[in-house]
Design a protein around this ligand. Structure first.
Ligand SMILES: Nc1ncnc2c1ncn2[C@@H]1O[C@H](COP(=O)(O)OP(=O)(O)O)[C@@H](O)[C@H]1O
Ligand SMILES: Nc1ncnc2c1ncn2[C@@H]1O[C@H](COP(=O)(O)OP(=O)(O)O)[C@@H](O)[C@H]1O
Ligand code: SF4
Ligand SMILES: [Mg+2]
Ligand SMILES: [Mg+2]
Lengths: 271, 271
């Protein structure tokens, strides 16, 4: 069983990439589970044809722990099993407690199985809360989703700091599997993200173009894999699925210092 | 003493707006303190001519609580007193514990005073941690910084949820003072943000254009107020300072449901 997590800044394309990755893996016959760990709880929407599935946290708040597996695990495109953790109560909760409560419930229900489990995790703040999937040994191969924009590289670098620190703990078994550039079509972006990946001791495993077909598939409430299975964009996601499925190369990243990150960004992208 | 907080999504322009606001307030003779509560700890950089001041959290980790006020409070442009809380240790800490530790230390050092205290807080995740300035009664007038982009309105709406919930607690005294549109020059953006502000029971108090002068001032490591005091952009920040200084109108917001937010965004911005 491969346990992977996609981490990255909010809005960078984690859910779009995750859903298409899960769909592409399912097309090759894999048994896939996708668990959304972003308070926005829209990770699996395109796999579920636009449906907002109930979040585990909302259910736990309502019903305590008398919850059946059919209330939290839903089957989407290609048989992908979909779960949404949900988010903290604005102002009072902790995202981390919510994520861990979700995993423990799924374990109790014997629902954490498959060829691939994919965690889609918000990476804006890499506190103890959002690092839970790594800390507790659930997420083992981490893939960073970033663009060439400074803020998203900054978030990716912070995630590297968390991986480097947590990898020394006994329970965590996390390592960096690679960097995915989900492009914003900025000149020099691919070289910038490739160099960033190499500087932190990893590699760029996919360059996903920013493409109109993604928005069109989204309006049709489907993944690109389902909506336009033979499109160039679908091939990019299938290639990514193949790369991740066969990837055995991981590393413990060496994060950059802030001034090195600033110098790198300035080198590739003129102000 | 006015205790205000700017909340918004990462990268939306909170620190740029805060620093220019503080500088504009200082120019009118106000005694201002600005406290950065974003793990990125660059809130006061332009007030400090590009200097990265030490964060309270780093100092506390190093020296425990034997810290003098001159080690955490630095004087920047116009006499603005600058502090950076810093962020959680990636992967293990909690942003909230750090923010509250900062406030308690400043209180112990008798350093929390002035005509205006301005908190610059990350609003991507409105968990108990980042809501601390509101929960503990420090931040009383909240100003949302947003653009017309869906992700930033989504974050702004979440902050409204936190304000609405926390305002019922005895210790918190928070209310929404208004919405600031820090433009991304998207067609229809001003009307969209104005309508959002009114739907949540507040109002648009400033439309800050996206302007090249901001980047130029930044490369010169100054606020726009200092670098180009007579520019149109500086006048926008001065106008904002005047509006906030004299503002007595606050409200408890009524956040939007997710589908209402999506409908609103689609209405003003063609896909
Ligand atoms: N490769 C792409 N090309 C075009 N649009 C994209 C691409 N990836 C993501 N998007 C768009 O960006 C938006 C944010 O993506 P999403 O996956 O929800 O981000 P995240 O999960 O990181 O918050 C979506 O509306 C999606 O349509
Ligand atoms: N009105 C504006 N016009 C042009 N650029 C802006 C404006 N406001 C912010 N920026 C740019 O956006 C970037 C992010 O702003 P920042 O204030 O650091 O965001 P935040 O504090 O919300 O993370 C900065 O590099 C800044 O130059
Ligand atoms: S650990 Fe993270 S998610 Fe939890 S309260 Fe602290 S900052 Fe928020
Ligand atoms: Mg997402
Ligand atoms: Mg900032």
């Amino acid at each position: 069983m491969k346990q992977i997590a996609l981490y990255g800044k909010g809005g960078i394309g984690k859910s779009t990439t995750s859903a298409n990755l899960s769909a592409a893996l399912a097309d090759t016959g894999c048994d896939v589970m996708q668990i959304g760990c972003d308070p926005k709880h829209d990770s699996t929407r395109m796999l579920m044809h636009g449906k907002w599935i109930p979040t585990v946290l909302d259910l736990v708040r309502e019903k305590g722990d008398k919850i059946g597996v059919e209330e939290v695990v839903f089957e989407g495109y290609g048989g992908v099993r979909c779960v949404e953790a949900g988010g903290p109560e604005p102002g009072i909760g902790c995202a981390g407690r919510g994520i861990i409560a979700t995993f423990q419930l799924l374990q109790k229900l014997d629902a954490l199985y498959g060829d691939v489990i994919l965690y889609d995790v918000l990476g804006d703040v890499v506190c103890g809360g959002f690092a839970m999937p790594m800390r507790e040994g659930y997420a083992q191969e981490i893939y960073l989703v970033t663009s060439g924009e400074f803020m998203s590289l900054y978030a990716a670098n912070n995630i590297c700091k968390a991986i480097a620190r947590l990898s020394k703990r006994s329970k965590a078994r996390c390592a960096l599997g690679g960097v995915i550039c989900n492009a914003k079509n900025i000149p020099g972006e691919e070289e910038l993200v490739r160099e960033f990946a190499e500087l932190v001791g990893s590699r760029l495993i996919a360059y996903v173009p920013r493409a109109q077909i993604v928005q069109i598939a989204e309006v049709n409430q489907q993944t690109v894999i389902e909506f336009a299975p033979d499109s160039a964009q679908a091939m990019v996601y299938r290639q990514l699925a193949e790369t991740i499925q066969t990837n055995t190369e991981t590393s413990i990243p060496t994060p950059l210092e802030m001034h090195d990150l600033e110098t790198l960004a300035r080198k590739h992208i003129p102000v």
